[in-house]
Write a protein that binds this ligand. Structure first.
Ligand code: HAM
Length: 444
């Protein structure tokens, strides 16, 4: 508009050719994967709502000591897998390798013992473990966790298992099984531990190097060592289930009765001890049963009671139970079984198709009106041709296309096209939302 033309010289960008790549073991989650995540998260929201779980978020960064004291000094996680560092102020911090310690800290620190008990919480978020990256094993991965603090009743154990089971079923996973055990309380487990150490010490020469070390520090973990020679020894070892005290025995029996009533199949697995220190009584895992998935990626999830942990961490006596599902492992497995195009998706009601510069300029205003009236409208304003825009509308499965060309802009009208019949009619731009809503309701 009468402005003198200036041609400026474009300065050269200073480019370094080498890409700064992502950190080993970390992953980008691309839009093409999101339908699987949405499916999972939708099942999580619906299932937790039925049982009155509220969403909680705790920090990803916590003090290293939190995990040392709760996850356990002798666990693989604390010994080998934590991303820990001194920050610039000298604080010893860790990217959370699991969520339970943070939630227990938050329960104590925020006085949640004054809330109606049990306090039922859930969260979905990233965890960090510096493991050797391989199929199903990442250094950053996501978990869906639930934690119920403040109840010792077996029905809560069954509820926690039920929720995980139901989420997996809801998204269409069938090839998995529940493995369950009781690891006893600190009284009966201590007695069992002594028996086990006696037994295993007599067979020490047959154990692998790691298990020889575990014999001193963490003998129960020998029970789930994958080494075949250790397994032979373990098969002859006393089983914890025979050493449970009356209270633990009755608790476990009741949990199983609830699962029977809910028709959740399970396998009693006396070798299941889990890799974290805080478990008491019920311990369980969800294992894939397809050969491919079980060989490549391990359990979908696991959890158990942690009746002593709140007290160990400085709170009052608070029985608790929780579990976590590994989202990436589940989605990897799901991808093998369900095609993305078959996943449910929310379809738009209508697509605005625009032709020519004049119409394109008006398009956002019309979209704004439709959105304000609760109509789910989509667009493809990057495209010019009507053909490609209508093709997009049809791929997206919308019922109507709203066509706006130069003539319509001048007439203050639009063409509405029924995507199934191809029949078109003219609508005025006045009261457009009302007319569209009428049409959408007629079709319902
Ligand atoms: P966990 O067994 O250590 O339990 O982890 C739960 C799930 O997280 C595993 O079954 C697996 O699906 C997933 N997972 C673990 N490590 C990785 C990894 N490196 N890459 C991909 N997925 C992984 C816990 O974390 C407990 N905090 C669960 C709990 C909550 N117990 C009581 N409350």
């Amino acid at each position: 508009m009468g402005r003198p033309k200036k041609t400026l010289k474009k300065p050269k960008l200073r480019v370094k050719k080498k890409l700064v790549e992502k950190v080993r073991g970390m992953h980008d989650i691309l839009p093409s994967e999101m339908p699987y995540w949405d499916l999972f998260l939708d099942a999580v929201e619906k299932t937790t709502a039925t049982f009155g779980f509220s969403k909680v978020e705790t920090p990803i960064l916590e003090r290293t000591e939190l995990f040392q004291r709760s996850t356990g000094e002798n666990t693989d996680i604390v010994q080998k897998e934590m991303f820990s560092f001194l920050d610039k102020g000298g604080d010893d911090l860790t990217l959370r390798p699991e969520g339970t310690p943070g939630v227990v800290r938050a329960y104590i620190e925020n006085g949640m013992h004054t809330y109606p008990q049990p306090v039922k919480l859930y969260y979905v978020g990233p965890m960090f473990r510096r493991e050797k990256p391989q199929a199903g094993r990442q250094r950053e991965f996501h978990q869906f966790n639930i934690e119920a603090l403040g109840s010792s009743k077996p029905v809560i154990d069954a509820q926690v298992i039920f929720i995980a089971w139901k989420v997996l079923k809801k998204i269409g996973l069938n090839n998995f099984e529940v493995q369950i055990n009781s690891v006893g309380c600190r009284v009966c487990r201590e007695q069992y531990r002594e028996m086990l150490v006696d037994f295993l010490s007599s067979k020490k020469q047959r154990l692998c190097i790691d298990c020889k070390k575990r014999l001193k520090k963490n003998p129960l973990r020998i029970l789930d060592c994958k080494n075949s020679r250790c397994q032979e020894v373990v098969n002859e070892a006393p089983q914890i289930i025979d050493y449970l005290c009356d209270e633990c025995h009755n608790h476990f029996k009741e949990v199983l009765e609830y699962l029977d009533e809910a028709k959740i199949p399970y396998n009693l697995n006396s070798k299941l001890v889990r890799g974290l220190d805080y478990y008491t009584k019920t311990a369980f895992e969800f294992w894939p049963t397809s050969e491919k998935a079980s060989a490549s990626q391990g359990s979908f999830g696991g959890g158990g009671r942690y009746d002593d942990l709140v007290e160990i961490m400085g709170g009052r006596e608070t029985p608790a139970i929780g579990m976590a599902l590994g989202v990436e492992r589940i989605i990897n497995y799901l991808k093998e079984n369900r095609e993305r195009k078959d996943l449910p998706r929310k379809k738009a009601d209508i697509m605005l198709v625009q032709l020519g510069d004049m119409a394109r300029k008006k398009a956002l205003g019309i979209i704004n009106t439709l959105m304000d009236n609760g109509i789910f409208v989509i667009e493809n304003m990057h495209k010019d041709s009507i053909k490609s825009q209508l093709r997009y509308a049809s791929n997206q499965g919308v019922r109507y296309a709203l066509i706006l060309g130069q003539k319509e802009v001048l007439d203050k009208s639009v063409l509405i096209r029924d995507m199934q019949s191809g029949i078109q009619e003219v609508l005025s731009q006045d009261n457009l939302a009302i007319e569209i809503k009428k049409k959408l309701n007629q079709k319902n």
